[in-house]
Design a protein around this ligand. Structure first.
Ligand SMILES: NC(=O)NCCC(=O)O
Ligand SMILES: [Zn+2]
Ligand SMILES: [Zn+2]
Length: 483
């Protein structure tokens, strides 16, 4: 059976044009005028774009004494209703657990996924066994390794471990990711704030100032450069971090930055809210920043010094957040956003002129697919690509509300925001999985997407590093030792 999406305006990362799209066997078969198929989908007046890819989600994440409340069922239902057709989640081995064993666990968790999915492997501990298994992880289709420079005493890794792991990534053609905050300084600031009686959710933000993030990004960039490997900085939230990435890129270093939709739109005043629950629901790391930092992130997306907009979707209920009443360090860190990323970015980005439509597609899909080495299977409207497509109504409006969301939690950090630009239909590998509020994907429809190692950027960087590596100067007539 074939499907044709007719009459829409196709928007990709580099082109805007009117054409029909013929889908056969889950892939784009043809793009052109006046195509016909067994089934016809009317997209007139709408925009047809590549489905969103969220490179940063945490479904059912074991964290801070609990688990994030969206699992792969509710989380991916939220994703497709907002036009996201692929989620990249984090496999997090328990202390001393073999990465391959953890990967099997995460495959089990992802069983009910309704979108395609992939994993980053968390380097949650370090040792020979981890080092030895990294090539197996890559063979299994996972080409990225995440390092937490924060969460001291839990997920945090130290510089020597990071350098060893980054060097291993370079050898096996993988890419390290970093959560960049100076975990040692955060831990001390937390204790100082608590000792001074500062125990509310606002103290979470005081304990993680932008300087703490900027320092860690600079450090990670230096370590990646010495290891000769590209680097991806997750949830880049402030000018200090962006500045480090921008500077590195201008020096030719292969560094990518990922702002979150939450940081682009919500600011630090949320933590001053008189309602404890309101503030605690917005506790995440790094915390929301001020307007100047937001301007920096938007500018980075327009300038190309930041490449990706993600969500870090890690949803905790109000009850879970209340684990931190009286001690902000116990509030589970994380916010939702998966369902709303595209509409909120369209509203605050495209509608305001901060982003073109093509830049919107680049930062929500195409750039991500390229960086993660799955382009043009994903992130493209090209013959042969997976038919992961959205029919997006740029004129439709919606007021975001927890009452109508698919996510399992009881609130939404974007509550009450009126968005313009709404996903009307979502196709996953050619199947209509969402239409006008209705989820049509079955549990388990999602497939694992293998991401091969040795992306072009890895190859280019290792070639350059080899060419410019220190070399012994061969000399004749070396004088005798002076001793
Ligand atoms: N970001 C956050 O606060 N929670 C999710 C885990 C992480 O990415 O650090
Ligand atoms: Zn993080
Ligand atoms: Zn995260």
């Amino acid at each position: 059976m074939t499907t044709v999406i007719k009459g829409g305006t196709i928007v990709t990362a580099d082109l805007t044009y009117k054409a029909d799209i013929l889908i056969a066997d889950g892939k784009i078969a043809e793009i052109g005028p006046d195509l016909s198929g067994d089934e016809v989908v009317d997209a007139s007046g709408a925009i047809v774009m590549p489905g969103g890819i969220d490179p940063h989600t945490h479904m059912e994440m074991p964290f801070m004494g609990t688990f994030s409340s969206d699992d792969f069922d509710s989380g991916t239902a939220a994703a497709i209703s907002g036009g996201t057709t692929m989620c990249v989640d984090f496999c997090l081995p328990a202390p001393d657990q073999r990465p391959m064993e953890a990967l099997q666990e995460w495959f089990q968790k992802a069983g009910p996924a309704r979108t395609d999915f992939s994993f980053h492997m968390g380097v949650t501990w370090w040792g020979k066994a981890f080092f030895d298994e990294m090539p197996k992880v890559v063979e299994a289709g996972v080409n990225t390794f995440k390092h937490f420079m924060a969460y001291k005493g839990a997920l945090m890794v130290n510089d020597d471990e990071m350098f060893a792991s980054f060097t291993r990534c370079a050898e096996i053609g993988a890419m390290p990711l970093v959560h960049a905050e100076n975990g040692d300084v955060v831990a001390v600031l937390q204790q100082k704030l608590l000792a001074e009686g500062n125990n509310g959710p606002e103290a979470h933000a005081y304990s993680r100032p932008p300087e703490v993030e900027g320092e860690a990004v600079n450090r990670a960039i230096m370590i990646a450069d010495q290891a000769g490997v590209p680097l991806y900085v997750v949830h880049t939230s402030c000018e200090q971090a962006h500045e480090a990435i921008r500077r590195a890129r201008q020096k030719g270093m292969r560094v990518y930055g990922e702002p979150l939709i939450q940081h682009l739109v919500l600011d630090e005043t949320e933590y001053a809210h008189p309602d404890w629950d309101h503030a605690a629901r917005r506790v995440m790391s790094p915390p929301f920043r001020n307007k100047l930092h937001q301007d920096s992130l938007w500018a980075g997306l327009a300038a190309g010094s930041l490449q990706v907009v993600a969500t870090d979707h890690c949803a905790f209920t109000t009850d879970q957040k209340r684990m931190g009443v009286g001690d902000f360090t116990k509030i589970p860190n994380g916010t939702g956003g998966l369902e709303d990323r595209l509409s909120v970015l369209w509203t605050y980005g495209v509608k305001t002129g901060r982003l073109t439509m093509n830049e919107f597609v680049a930062v929500t899909s195409t750039n991500i697919a390229k960086i993660l080495n799955i382009y043009p299977k994903k992130g493209a409207i090209l013959p042969g690509a997976d038919a992961d497509l959205i029919v997006f109504d740029p004129a439709a409006t919606k007021t975001i509300s927890a009452k109508t969301q698919k996510s399992a939690i009881d609130y939404n950090v974007f509550e009450g925001i009126k968005v313009t630009g709404v996903t009307a239909m979502t196709f996953s590998r050619g199947k209509l999985v969402y239409k006008d509020g209705d989820i049509r994907a079955e549990k388990g429809d999602g497939r694992f997407v293998e991401r091969p190692a040795n992306a072009p950027v890895n190859t280019a960087l290792s070639t350059w590093k080899e060419l410019t590596a220190p070399r012994k100067v061969e000399r004749t007539g070396i004088p005798a030792s002076g001793v």
